[in-house]
Each structure stands twice: as C-alpha cells, then as structure tokens.
Design a binder for this molecule. Structure first.
Ligand SMILES: [Mg+2]
Length: 235
C-alpha cells in the first residue's frame, strides 16, 4: 500500500463522511408517503425521475447556467410534470423534502471513527459542493467545526469542484505547498480529477473504481482501514 505523507488533509463531505445518498433516498421515500397524489405512482418511479432531473440540473448549475433557486424549483416541478402529478405542489414538496432529508443525515459507516483518528494526528478541513445553508447545518449537526481548520463551500467560493478556483482558495487557506495537501473524496470528476489537477495528493473512496482513477489517485480505497494504514495510523 502506498504511503501518503500529507501535512494537511481535506475531506469531501457528501458520500465521503456523511451518507447523502441514503438520506436523499429516505427523504424522497418520505415525500412519496406524505402526498396522496403519489398513491398510484411507485416509489421507485419517483426516485428515478427525481434523480434523472436533479442530476441534469446540477450540471446546469455547475456550468453557471441556473442559480440555486431555479435548481430547487425545477427539480420538483419537472419531476412532477414527468410523473403527471400537480406541478403546483412543487414548492410545498421542496420544503417537505428538505425537512425529511435533514432527519436522515448520518455518518457513512466507519467514517466518524476514521475522521476523528485522522483529525487527532493531522490538520484537517472540509471542501464540499453543496449549498451553504444546508452544508453549514450538516457541519453544525456533526460538530465538524471543532476539528476542521478550514471549511470551503462551493457556493461561497462562487465555483464548484472541480473548478481550480475552489482548490486554489483551499490551498491558500492552509499555507502549505500543493503537494503537501491530500484530498479524500468519492467523486471521480469533482474530487479526483479536481484534486490531481491542483497538484494535490488524492485518495479516492469508491467501491466502483475505473482504470483512470488508479492513474490519478495516490490511493483508491473502499475500506477506511486502508486510508488509516496509508497515513501510518495503525489499528
Ligand atoms: Mg461527495
């Protein structure tokens, strides 16, 4: 196993430390139960339609073509249009969803212990692509401010990962050289491509690696124990 020797370690938040995907699924399942209009629509169909539309809107948002408000409005409006239910319910559904989504936030299995052990030995921080309001709530809920020296949220920087502006800003905050920074993240495009283009060390947390990932990443792992070992933190 390759040994990593960083002076500063940034973590991605969603689906690296916190289980965003699980909370999203559970929140949408609650929305499905909440509204009578979904009685004849299978939950799977709501989830698939929402995921498809939400993904496209995030790409538009990432390119700066739409703002946060438009993304929030259209992800339910267009889902409801495609499902043939009352589009006027999109606003209420958006609020109901956010409330349910927040109830389902939890750590990825093994992430809390790993993060705490690393934070006891290294300077750490967070870089996340989410919306500031939501991501600050997560950071508060999980007490990440106690340990994270720097917290970088894309909406506050004005660009999303993998944009170099995010990594340049995060580099400046640390005061270290680029090659002394390690990024731990789950997204190939945002985290691994973005981090390696910034000349950082990168550790890719994934169960489905692709060949290019092994070329770019200093470590590819699906078990947090491997990350700890590569940082010389033994069991
Ligand atoms: Mg992520």
């Amino acid at each position: 196993m390759s040994q990593l020797k960083p002076k500063f370690i940034y973590f991605d938040l969603d689906d690296t430390l916190l289980d965003h995907k699980k909370a999203e699924r559970a929140g949408l399942s609650d929305v499905h139960q909440h509204f009578d209009m979904f009685r004849d629509i299978p939950e799977r169909q709501l989830l698939d339609t929402y995921h498809h539309i939400n993904k496209g809107l995030w790409e538009e948002y990432g390119r700066g073509e739409i703002d946060r408000h438009e993304l929030h409005r259209r992800r339910f409006q267009e889902t409801f249009r495609d499902l043939g239910v009352d589009q006027d319910m999109h606003e209420e559904a958006g609020q109901v969803y956010m409330n349910y989504y927040r109830n389902h936030w939890e750590w990825i299995d093994g992430a809390k212990e790993t993060y705490d052990r690393i934070a006891a030995r290294y300077e750490v921080g967070i870089i996340t692509n989410g919306f500031a309001e939501t991501q600050w709530l997560k950071i508060d809920r999980f007490n990440l401010k106690d340990t994270a020296r720097h917290i970088v949220i894309s909406e506050e920087v004005g660009e999303m990962k993998p944009h170099p502006k995010v990594f340049d800003h995060a580099t400046d905050l640390t005061g270290y050289e680029r090659q002394d920074i390690l990024y731990v993240g789950d997204s190939f495009t945002s985290d691994i491509v973005g981090g390696s283009k910034a000349n950082w060390q990168v550790a890719w947390f994934t169960k489905n690696p692709i060949d290019q990932g092994y070329k770019l990443a200093n470590l590819v792992f699906s078990d947090f124990k491997d990350l700890l070992r590569s940082l010389n933190i033994e069991d």
